[in-house]
Design a binder for this molecule. Structure first.
Ligand SMILES: NC(=O)c1ccc[n+]([C@@H]2O[C@H](COP(=O)([O-])OP(=O)(O)OC[C@H]3O[C@@H](n4cnc5c(N)ncnc54)[C@H](OP(=O)(O)O)[C@@H]3O)[C@@H](O)[C@H]2O)c1
Length: 221
């Protein structure tokens, strides 16, 4: 079997950490490249970690060859402090990585955006997520897979008070959120990661997946 090469950005994050672990465990991938600004702290024979400066396209080009690219980058307006800084992490860096990897031969790009992503939204966050989706689709990958989770559940090293409260409230009302409300139900970050890796290995055509579809793929339905 020809084992594939995966490249991941955002591997030190919540979803990215799960994706990295799954890629390292999966026999379908022989090499996993993680492009990071700080180490993941993980040592594995399949893993090559590259400290990169995402503001320097040349530093990416030399290491961009891969079959499947997983993008789990992202920040919050609170952390980024300005809209410009947020845009850089959630739009500029993913598009730079996508273009560089496509030019180096990558066939598939898988990205986590968010529920409500829409390039014509009046809400800045949703608009940037929609714009990045549009830009990725236009690059011309054999397949571009877009994952739009609702609130993410999972253990973080940092405290996010609003997300924590949101998660607690949703856990109580989640059983009531069925049918058309299913896509608003919070989703485990681990399920998003599992859906991404499963999709990359499935040979499916380009598609968009919301939380209910992410859960189905993660459960193998
Ligand atoms: N939180 C939610 O409930 C939620 C809901 C829907 C969608 N999303 C979206 O889902 C995606 C993944 O979310 P997550 O919670 O897994 O993210 P996360 O835990 O905050 O991780 C974000 C990743 O992006 C990297 N990053 C952030 N700023 C960077 C910068 N300036 N330069 C280079 N790398 C940078 C981080 O690296 P460092 O570790 O070095 O900072 C980390 O690897 C994001 O796009 C997010 O917007 C989140």
């Amino acid at each position: 079997m020809d084992r594939k090469t995966a490249l991941i950005v955002g591997a030190t994050g919540l979803v990215g950490g799960h994706v990295l672990r799954l890629l390292l465990e999966n026999a379908g991938y022989g090499t996993v490249k993680a492009l990071v600004r700080r180490t993941t702290g993980i040592k594995h024979p399949k893993l090559s970690e590259h400290l990169v400066n995402f503001d320097d396209p040349k530093s990416l080009a030399a290491i961009a060859s891969a079959d499947d690219v997983f993008c789990c980058l992202g920040t919050t307006i609170k952390k980024a402090k300005t809209r410009e800084a947020f845009f850089r992490v959630d739009f500029t860096y993913p598009v730079l990585v996508a273009k560089t990897c496509e030019a180096a031969g990558a066939g598939q790009f898988l990205i986590v955006t968010a529920l409500g992503a829409n390039p014509r939204s009046s809400i800045f966050y949703n608009r940037v997520k929609g714009e990045v989706e549009e830009a990725i689709r236009d690059i011309g990958f054999k397949a571009a897979h877009i994952f739009r989770p609702s609130l993410l559940l999972g253990k973080r090293s940092e405290k996010r008070v609003m997300e924590g409260l949101g998660g607690a409230v949703f856990r109580v009302i989640a059983p009531l959120m069925r049918g058309p409300l299913d896509k608003y139900r919070p989703v485990e970050a681990a399920d998003v990661a599992r859906a991404m890796v499963t999709t990359a290995l499935s040979g499916r055509k380009s598609a968009v997946y919301e939380s209910h579809q992410i859960r189905q793929i993660a459960r193998g339905c």
